[in-house]
Design a protein around this ligand. Structure first.
Ligand code: SAH
Length: 348
């Protein structure tokens, strides 16, 4: 019989599961608290349950508890990168960033990715599988436990396309922001997407208060197609319409991410076209100097080009920041820790 993935159950589902086993409803409260508030490593820690019940749970359930394989700490700003192994052997990467306003965790939504963005390391080996709700949650739980730091902000900006794992990500957001869990405010959660139009519209209907970040990265449909295969599915105009819809439904200011790639999307004309695309929208543009990866020959724009690009947007009254690079000494681009681990493994 297949075991029940207990950490992926929400409170009502857990209650139904336990009453189905003949247990009293208050057990659900205890067990939910152990998993989602006290962040227990396993059933053996749940000391207010009888030994017999713990044993039955061991027999019937799987308990997600990510195994840290490697933890790198930046000497510059304290940023920590975590490489976790999943129960079936896949590895994923998560990051803890410390800011004045609180600690932010960046999590992966899938093992691998099938979106194929040209500059991104996470997509090179393709998609292995979606992460479960328990695996999404446990990235935050393990990091909070291992670092001893309280996590107040969350970004879904690690490996994977969160809207390609829609149902699990939706449930994850609900459970993470629930008062019976870590109770992280939805206003402190940002979901970044390469622009899956129907899913952006579905997300808008969910009544969440999270921030939507769109990976735009280009100022025209043609240029976007050259960098992001997803643009073959959706026109840039349709994607921006979906973002506008998200804003109308939620009232949340939009974020546009724009990775500057030297000689590819960083000209004056690009800046001008970008102004045309986003002006009139309640938004913020985040410029990310592209992080070069060894598998591709994209380079960063030089400092002056980046500043000129920023100034041009500012001159038109657009809110813009250049993303501060965190953990420069432990970096490599997003997803590279995981890739180098996988490469090493495949050579032994
Ligand atoms: N799939 C989601 C989230 C994952 S990536 C998305 O596409 O938004 C988070 C952000 O980092 C995205 O904007 C992505 O395009 C960007 N990114 C990925 N690799 C990068 C690199 N090498 N340099 C700069 N930005 C990169």
């Amino acid at each position: 019989m297949e075991k029940t993935d207990i950490k992926s159950l929400d409170y009502e589902e857990l209650q139904a599961f336990l009453t189905g086993m003949g247990e009293k409803p208050f057990r659900a409260k205890q067990i939910y608290q152990w998993m989602h508030e006290k962040l227990a490593d396993g059933f053996s820690e749940m000391t207010n349950l009888s030994a017999a019940l713990r044993e039955r749970l061991e027999e019937t359930c799987s308990y997600t508890c990510l195994e840290p394989v490697e933890i790198l700490t930046s000497q510059i700003d304290g940023t920590q990168k975590f490489l976790f192994r999943l129960q079936d052997g896949h590895v994923i990467e998560s990051v803890l960033m410390k800011y004045h306003h609180g600690n932010s965790v960046c999590i992966s939504s899938q093992a691998g990715c099938r979106m194929g963005c040209r500059f991104c390391a996470s997509t090179i080996g393709g998609l292995q599988r979606d992460l479960t709700v328990g695996e999404l949650l446990d990235q935050v739980y393990r990091i909070q436990k291992l670092s001893g730091e309280r996590v107040s902000n969350l970004v879904l900006m690690g490996t994977g396309e969160p809207l390609d794992n829609f149902e699990n990500v939706k449930k994850f957001i609900r459970m993470l922001s629930d008062s019976h869990g870590l109770n992280i405010s939805q206003r402190n959660i940002t979901l970044s997407t390469c622009g899956l139009v129907p899913e952006i519209r579905r997300l808008a209907e969910e009544d969440f208060q999270i921030t939507l970040a769109l990976s735009l990265h280009a100022s025209s449909q043609e240029k976007r197609k050259a960098l992001m295969p997803v643009a073959n599915r959706y026109e840039i105009g349709e994607v921006l319409d979906a973002c506008r819809f998200y804003y109308e439904k939620t009232g949340r200011r939009l974020t546009f991410e724009y990775s500057l790639v030297g000689g590819v999307n960083d000209t004056k004309e690009d800046a001008g076209r970008l102004v045309g695309l986003v002006s009139g929208l309640n938004c913020h543009v985040n410029l990310i100097p592209v992080n070069p990866i060894k598998e591709r020959d994209y380079v960063q724009s030089d400092k002056k080009t980046i500043l000129n690009f920023k100034n041009k947007l500012e001159n038109y009254g657009i809110n813009v920041t250049i993303r501060r690079e965190m953990g420069r000494d432990i970096n490599g681009a997003c997803g590279q820790l995981r890739r180098s681990f996988m490469e090493e493994k495949s050579h032994v």
